[in-house]
Design a protein around this ligand. Structure first.
Ligand code: NAD
Length: 406
């Protein structure tokens, strides 16, 4: 055990440490939001839904919110797979580690099973370990959420490590952006990706690994009849398409969507099940901050959506996704391309119109007035457990918190 006063340490915009109590507060808040949503729906009763849920990429962002929606909303047993830094030699663990410690505490209190596995989800070894835990503790699995966001992937069949790129395709793209370290609004130009960068990004963030997970689960007979699986995508406004939807990451997302179609056919044939992609709203995560243009877009979006009372984070959306689309007796609402659209509020024409009116006017000098960059920064620090209200950062806290064996 090791107590320490944990003050934020940053490298540029990114925090290199995390605050255990701040992370705990964040997770407790998410449980509370789901509980309230459940109460509104069912007069205090837990809603009925999948009872056995595997989440790949379960420790932060949309994966963590999905895990909380399943456990707090449906009382589901969950197995979470993720890649996080554990605390050692006086250094804090990563936020995802502490989030998961808090998730275990919350579910233990409620008598709901949680198992966690920290390791490279792309590897065969972690898949094998996951299948073994599922067989012992949770099978058959009713829902698989695939929510990985990673800069690289080593393909276990070839040993080759691919890195993802965030670049346009065909020609350079110039746009204004917030230079996060200096907080200046600048013009950024990103050169076009090479063919190899496109292929590598598809290898990392496309559907191949999701398919390998689902084929493995089918082969090991770990899926329940009617089992379903979901992966997450983003579309966003046209302004970001050259770097997002039509760029390298967009190609990976198209591959993910095509994989959903193929997996749907496979699951229908083998388990009477389904596979879908849910298109989610832009939210503040480590992954999204790395995309040029996105922090500026999101700072404007937050302001516009908050003024209309429709701003949502990961947990509000995952609450809606689980209660409205995945609960027992519900069929997911799908668009023409068979996708669940959780980005419906972000993409409302009146929201996008206002964002586009503000966009060309933003300069460094009026950034604070025209956008909610302050809120964006606060939320980014919150991801690491810092600037969370109700936490006294002058107090020492236990940092060597460990996860139980799954
Ligand atoms: P995130 O960075 O918050 O979470 C990524 C998760 O993947 C973490 O649990 C992390 O531990 C895990 N992970 C990364 N590499 C791993 C590895 N090798 N092995 C095991 N686990 C690993 O990301 P996020 O923003 O929540 O993104 C999740 C999904 O949602 C992605 O598909 C992303 O494209 C999609 N999405 C994100 C946004 C957004 O605005 N953030 C919007 C729409 C869709």
């Amino acid at each position: 055990m090791s107590q320490a006063i944990v003050q934020q340490k940053s490298r540029g915009f990114i925090s290199v440490n995390a605050h255990p109590e701040g992370c705990r507060k964040n997770v407790e808040r998410q449980f509370e939001i789901v509980r309230k949503a459940a109460e509104r729906g069912r007069a205090g009763e837990k809603a009925e839904g999948p009872q056995s849920v595997l989440v790949v990429g379960a420790s932060t962002g949309y994966g963590l919110a999905s895990r909380i929606a399943a456990a707090a909303g449906f009382g589901a047993s969950t197995l979470g797979v993720f890649l996080e830094r554990i605390p050692e030699r006086g250094r804090t663990g990563s936020a995802g580690h502490y989030n998961t410690v808090a998730f275990h505490e919350m579910t233990r209190r409620e008598g709901v099973y949680a198992g966690s596995l920290n390791g490279d989800a792309y590897s065969d070894e972690v898949k094998r370990k996951t299948f073994e835990i599922l067989r012992r503790r949770m099978a058959p699995v009713e829902l698989v959420v695939y929510s990985l966001a990673s800069p690289k992937r080593t393909d276990p069949r070839t040993g080759i490590t691919a890195s993802s790129a965030l670049k346009p395709i065909g020609r350079a793209y110039s746009s204004r952006t917030i230079e996060l370290d200096s907080e200046q609004v600048t013009e950024v130009t990103v050169g076009p990706a090479s063919g190899e960068e496109v292929a590598s990004t598809i290898a990392v963030m496309g559907g191949d690994d999701w398919k390998r997970w689902m084929e493995g689960l089918l082969e090991e007979k770990l899926l329940a009849p009617g089992a379903r699986t979901l992966a997450y995508s983003y579309i966003g406004p046209e302004l970001t398409w050259p770097i997002y939807r039509d760029g390298t990451i967009g190609q990976a997302k198209k591959d993910l969507e095509e994989t959903a179609q193929r997996l749907d056919e496979l699951l229908q044939a083998k388990a009477g099940g389904h596979a879908w992609v849910a298109v989610n709203k832009a939210i503040v995560t480590q992954a999204s901050a790395a995309i040029p243009v996105v922090p500026l877009y999101m700072s404007i979006l937050r302001k516009v959506m908050a003024a209309k009372g429709i701003e949502e984070g990961a947990i509000e959306q995952m609450g809606r996704l689980f209660f409205e689309h995945l609960a027992a007796g519900r069929a997911p609402g799908l668009d023409d391309a068979r996708r669940i659209r959780m980005d419906d509020l972000e993409m409302r024409p009146e929201v996008q119109k206002e964002v586009m009116e503000i966009w060309p006017k933003v300069r460094t000098e009026n950034l604070a007035d025209l956008t909610d960059f302050a809120g964006y920064k606060r939320e980014f620090r919150n991801l690491f457990g810092f600037e969370v209200s109700g936490i006294d950062y002058a107090q020492p806290v236990e940092i060597e918190l460990q996860l139980p064996e799954a």
